[in-house]
Design a protein. Structure first.
Length: 316
């Protein structure tokens, strides 16, 4: 019954989002659209909806994987510096290959973010007394250094405007032809389901994983690849989408437990639903103007995160 309600709510919000925009398209005239209105519907609104659903669900799953392999609830692609490494990779691609295609940018972002996130994990594993707050602080400090370096070179080579576009997530420019790379996240979401039980075991610690006959290092590497790919295609496709990978896995875990396979669908659903709702808010709050979803999610995500922090310890 719960699954049915989840599907119905997501479909209802998704259909509602298709009819929000400057062009006056309503459900009542959907079968009477002229050629211009049909182009708007097919080229802009449907691709935007698809990109929102894929980006939201994949980022939530990436955050869930990061929290399991680091054994820390406050770690996500944002707090681990993965997004900053992705931006650095895209900047390197632009500087070395000015006419680089989105595929080349994704590849550069993937390679740099994979190296950077692995560096973060190597720092974390060397800390003997890992504090739950200290680990994400290390990630944010490392990400700050990388972001400062990227900004310095962006000023040197006059690509600051491009950098600014990566800092703020925005779905307004998503049209047919420039969002399809986001579909690369779907196979990796499926891969995360295949390795779901292994991610759960890896979250119990290296000793437990080895005792059960599994290769802990291999599981961590697979998790890092999934996170790096999802983060890279999101940065290149729609920019930085904050808080999804941090708050969604925590909310789902509170009510559904810690088994990755058990909560994977709920995590993907809530990530897609939250991004879609925030996108709708950004489109109607100052209609016909639009507020980037990065701003809306920063406000909503920070409030939700504070609520999670202020929960009683008995409910933590």
């Amino acid at each position: 019954m719960i699954r049915v309600l989840q599907f119905i709510s997501l479909i209802a919000v998704a259909v509602f989002s298709l009819f929000i925009g400057v062009a006056d398209i309503t459900p009542f005239n959907i079968f009477k659209l002229d050629s211009e209105e049909l182009n708007i519907f097919v080229i802009s609104r449907v691709p935007r909806l698809c990109s929102i659903l894929v980006a939201g669900s994949s980022l939530a799953i990436a955050g869930l994987i990061m929290q399991r392999i680091t054994r820390n609830r406050f770690v996500s692609p944002t707090t681990a510096g993965t997004m900053e490494w992705c931006r650095l990779g895209v900047m390197i691609a632009i500087l070395c290959f000015p006419s680089a295609s989105p595929t080349v940018r994704v590849l550069a972002a993937f390679l740099v973010s994979l190296v950077g996130t692995s560096l973060f994990l190597s720092f974390v594993t060397r800390i003997q007394n890992q504090n739950i707050i200290l680990v994400p602080l290390i990630g944010m400090m490392l990400g700050g250094v990388v972001n400062a370096a990227a900004t310095f070179f962006a000023y040197q080579y006059d690509i600051v405007q491009n950098m600014a576009s990566w800092l703020q997530g925005n779905f307004s420019l998503v049209i047919q032809g420039n969002y399809e790379l986001l579909y690369l996240g779907i196979p990796f979401m499926i891969l995360s389901y295949v390795y779901a039980d292994k991610f759960t075991i890896a979250g119990m610690g290296k000793d437990t994983t080895v005792t059960l006959g599994l290769n802990h290092a291999k599981i961590v590497r697979i998790g890092l690849v999934i996170v790096a790919v999802i983060s890279s295609i999101t940065i290149v496709g729609v920019g930085n989408i904050p808080f999804i990978g941090l708050i969604v896995p925590n909310i789902v875990s509170i009510y559904r437990g810690d088994s990755v396979k058990h909560i994977l669908f709920d995590t993907a659903w809530l990530g897609a639903f939250l991004v879609l709702v925030c996108d709708i808010i950004g489109r109607i709050i100052l209609y016909p103007y639009e507020i980037p979803i990065g701003i809306i999610l920063s406000i909503v995500g920070s409030l939700i995160f504070l609520i999670l922090l202020l929960r009683k310890k008995s409910n933590a």
